[in-house]
Design a protein around this ligand. Sequence first.
Ligand SMILES: [Zn+2]
Length: 367
Amino acid sequence: MIKAGKLRLLPTKEQELLFFSFCNISRFAYNESLSFKISMYNDGIFVGVQECIDHIKDLKYSEEYSWIKLAPEAVTKQAIRDMNRSFTLFFKRGNKGFPKYKKKSKTRPSFYQRTDRFYQIDENHVRITGIKQPVKCIKTQLPNKIVNTRVIYDGKYWFLTYSYYYEAEIVELTDEVLGVDLGVRNMATCSDGRIFKNINKEPRIIKLEKRKKLIQRKIARKYKCNSRKSNNIIKLENDLRTINRKIFNIRNNYLHCMTKELVRNKPKAIVIEDLSVCDMAKTKLLNRYIYDANFSRIRKYLEYKTNEYGIKLVIADRYYPSTKKCSCCGNIIEKMSLDNRIYECKKCGMTMDRDLNASINLKNYYC
Ligand SMILES: [Zn+2]
């Protein structure tokens, strides 16, 4: 099984500048090879990875682009491979969308680090290709065999991300099936009665969101009367990045804790709804995109956490009426309005919290 890990790096100011330039060169190689590929394609010529690598090499030895030499070759090569991969995905699956250029403002700075050239010097130092002095890191012992190493910047800190293989432990699963109803009022309601509240309604998130809006408004106003980037704008944009990072981390941590909690009792199966049809998807929310992102992340985390223990993750059929069905007698009511929080069955007289009823139905879906 493959797991992902990351290690916090503590580069010096000079090392950090080099890191940033490697990131920029990586982004340049990606964009340049993409536009090269497109222009050749328009002329009816299909170019592969090697041609793109040669193209960047040609540029590297021209005077104008000699700064490419600053970064290790593996950095540009991997950027080209990444570009090619997004191209292949587009042709294979179509739904991935045509490869886009990486905008500086929208791309997380990162660059590839050849795994075979990377090594840990001691507990507190690692060797990064292209950086003369060892780079300090937080005290750690990396797993034996790591692959796909990259250096990334999250807006505040530098990390080395990697994947590693590990032997999955064999765990004894219980006979339980857990139904999980995902929603907006509560993020998750489980058939065993556990409830995970909506992190987006927590005061600390609301407070941060408010501050974020305020800064965004300030920046917009400053741009209106200033055509160029003033120091003030740069400072505000830095604040905005810090807040975005904070919000992301709080949410992400919560989702990790929640999914971990869901698999903790080791049920033999977990049933969730098809996210495209759950209540949430029908709600008209101002911040819909946040929920969309959260839900796809919950599913992703659940996928690999259940996989780790050998728990079966079941996605209920999209036509399964989990909210409209009575979990007691199976009667289905025609309409269940979204603000109706209590499920009342006219046939058997059962009343229950709407989400709990749905989660029990999901549990029964697999049982
Ligand atoms: Zn009933």
